[in-house]
Every structure is written in C-alpha cells, then in structure tokens.
Design a protein around this ligand. Structure first.
Ligand SMILES: C[S@@+](CC[C@H](N)C(=O)[O-])C[C@H]1O[C@@H](n2cnc3c(N)ncnc32)[C@H](O)[C@@H]1O
Length: 354
C-alpha cells in the first residue's frame, strides 16, 4: 500500500532570503513612527466574510424524548459501530488514514479521533463522488490536489490572537534588548490562520514604536487553507473581540458592512506566509534566527518526531535565540539540545542566557 503523497511542486528557495518582500523592505530599515497610523489610507480587503448572523444556528427547541425513542436509538448504536453512517468506515480504513497522516505529517491520531476523522472525510467522499473509504484513499494517493485537501481536513487549527500572552511580553523584552542594527528574524512554524504571526508583528511594532520595525516573520504551516486565511488577514469580530482595543485601532481597519477587521498592510508586509511541513527533509528557512515560535503543534507528534525537529531547529538558532513552545509542551526529553528558561521558553544548550 503506497503511503507516500503524489509529487509536489513546492519551490525550495530559502525564505528570509532576497526573494521575500520582507527582506527587501528591511535591507534599509525605515522606521515609520506609530503616530502616522491615523494618516494611513484605509485598506480595502480583497475578500468579504458572510455576516456573523448567517452562521448563528437557530435557537434549539427542546422536545421531550420518549423512552421508546431512546431505546430505539441505543439499539441502533449498539447493533453497529457505523450506525447512521452514510459510508462504511472500518478499522482498516482508520488504520490506513492514521498511517498516511503519521508518515507524512507526523500527526499521531489516537483511536478516540475516529468519529472526527469520519465526519471530516465523509465530506470529501461526497465531494469526489467516491463510494467507499478505500476508493477515496486510493484517489488521495494519486492526486496531489486531493492529498492537500486530505491533510488540510485532518489538521487541528485552534489558535487566537496573543494566545499565551506572556510569550509576547518576553519577546518584546528580547527584541528591545538586541542592540545590533540588523533585521531580526522570527519563524512561526505552525502559524495556522495567522493570529499568531500577526500578534508577533504587533509585538514588534510596539517594541520598536514603529509600523516598520526591522523584523521579518516567516509564517509557515502544513495546511494551505489556513495559510490562505492568514494571507488575507481578515478576521470576524469574534476573533478579535478580546484583543487590546488600542491594538485593534492601531493595527486593523474595520469593515462596517460585515463587522470584520483587516490587518493593516504594514503588518502584512512584515510576514511571509509559506507552506512548510515540519516533517519534510528540507526546510527552506534561512537562519540564523532570533526566535522560533513552535507552539501547540509538537503536541500532535510523538517524542522521537519532536526530537528530530528540535535537533534541526538548533543550528538555525542564534546563541541568544529563544524557542517558544506551547503551554502543555515540554522539551525536557531533549535536554542534550536545549535548556529551559522557564515558562515554556527554551534556548540552545550553549546559549549565554540564563
Ligand atoms: C493547534 S494549531 C496551533 C496554532 C498556533 N501555533 C497557536 O499556538 O495558536 C496547530 C497547527 O499545526 C499545524 N501542523 C500540524 N502538523 C504540521 C506539520 N507536520 N508541519 C507544519 N505544521 C503542522 C496545523 O495545520 C495547525 O495549523
């Protein structure tokens, strides 16, 4: 059974390199003072979002359940694990999907995820007109486009602006402490829908009191759909609700028609969005980096996979670089590579920092 994806045409040039708009901007750093914000022309987003109200489900009406209905439902559930399912979904299908995802994206699915996998992929069987999971998975292995959708369907992209906010305070101090006049490089390697890299960009603008700080951010993810959302930089009101209102005023334009917010073009220009699979043997990333944000993604990988990735991070990091991890991620199993500074921030073993 083939578990390798069909050939891909990803270009392998190095980001943070001369090809990125970001480096062009920062080769001669020009610091625009923050006070110019109000004079910036309004940015017209290229996409529109459907109004929030159209997504709001109708209020639930509670009809009392009759005992007969309940016992009939229970009977159906116990008579078959796939009761009520449109497509048969066998343990063999699940195992095949698990292997495909693990070998190519490093994601280790637990058996508890079977229902999630079924519901996400049943949509794809319907869309592609396949009658069984076996037919669909064969199609995935032969079609690059479907392979991408398959991976996109199975990733978990939960994120928010200034998630685990203490990391942004630490980063601000770090950026302010760098006295050399050079572009500062941050890699955000599981960027999801863009909230994290834009939070990094805002932090950099605040640290330098400038809309064009000397900071370049590479925002990558395996999932092309979330990267497309990040590139647009357009967010529904509920996504930005809890953000500091000053930041919302300074760094976003408000679209009153649908209530959404769009990041200002200056933030957008600080960030290069690219697809990078952390499991790929080659990462088109040019070091040395000042910071790596690798948060809430290692949790999906097993320890050997985590270790392999961390080992490849180290040579990309400056001696003073920080590696920021998610709140429930610990890299103590890689103590021969990294040292903890506390609060899920790590440095290279040979770092002068304590
Ligand atoms: C839960 S989100 C975390 C987002 C953000 N870092 C945060 O902490 O809010 C995990 C992200 O990791 C991405 N991901 C999963 N496997 C990956 C891989 N092998 N390479 C790169 N990104 C991956 C997913 O697509 C998803 O967007």
């Amino acid at each position: 059974m083939a578990l390798t994806p069909p050939p891909h045409d990803d270009t392998l040039h190095h980001h943070f390199g001369a090809t990125s708009a970001t480096s062009a901007t920062h080769s001669t750093p020009t610091h625009t003072p923050l006070s110019t914000h109000s004079s910036l022309s309004a940015h017209t987003p290229s996409t529109t979002h459907s109004p929030l109200s159209s997504r709001t489900p109708a209020p639930a009406t509670h009809t009392p359940l009759h005992a007969a209905d309940i016992s009939r439902t229970l009977e159906t559930i116990s008579s078959s694990g796939t009761a009520g399912r449109e497509f048969e979904f066998t343990p063999v299908d699940f195992e095949r999907i698990r292997k495909m995802l693990y070998q190519n994206a490093g994601i280790a699915l637990s058996p508890a995820k079977q229902d999630m996998v079924y519901s996400r992929l049943a949509k794809r069987l319907r869309a592609t007109g396949k009658k069984t999971f076996a037919q669909y998975l064969q199609h995935v292995e032969q079609d690059r486009g479907e392979w991408e959708i398959f991976i996109n369907s199975l990733t978990t992209n939960l994120t928010s602006f200034f998630r685990e906010s203490h990391h942004f305070d630490i980063l601000a101090e770090q950026l302010k402490s760098i006295k050399e006049k050079r572009p500062l490089k941050i890699w955000c390697c599981a960027a999801s829908t863009g909230e994290e890299p834009y939070s990094l960009a805002i932090t950099a603008c605040e640290a330098f009191a400038s809309l064009t700080p000397p900071v370049q951010i590479l925002a990558t993810d395996i999932d092309t759909a979330v990267l497309a959302t990040g590139e647009k930089g357009n967010y529904r009101k509920d996504r930005v609700d809890r953000m500091n209102p000053d930041y919302l005023n300074r760094y976003f334009t408000h679209k009153s028609a649908d209530g959404s917010y769009t990041v200002r073009p200056e933030l957008r220009r600080m960030i290069t969005f690219r697809r990078i699979n952390l499991l790929s043997p080659a990462w088109p990333v040019q070091g040395p980096l000042d910071a790596i944000f690798c948060r809430n993604v290692m949790i999906y990988f097993d320890k050997p996979t985590q270790y392999g990735i961390l080992k490849r991070f180290v040579p990309l990091m400056r001696p003073e670089a920080r590696l920021y991890a998610g709140h429930s991620e610990s890299f103590l199993h890689a103590s021969d590579l990294l040292r903890s500074l506390g609060r899920t921030v790590y440095v290279r073993l040979d770092s002068p920092l304590h």
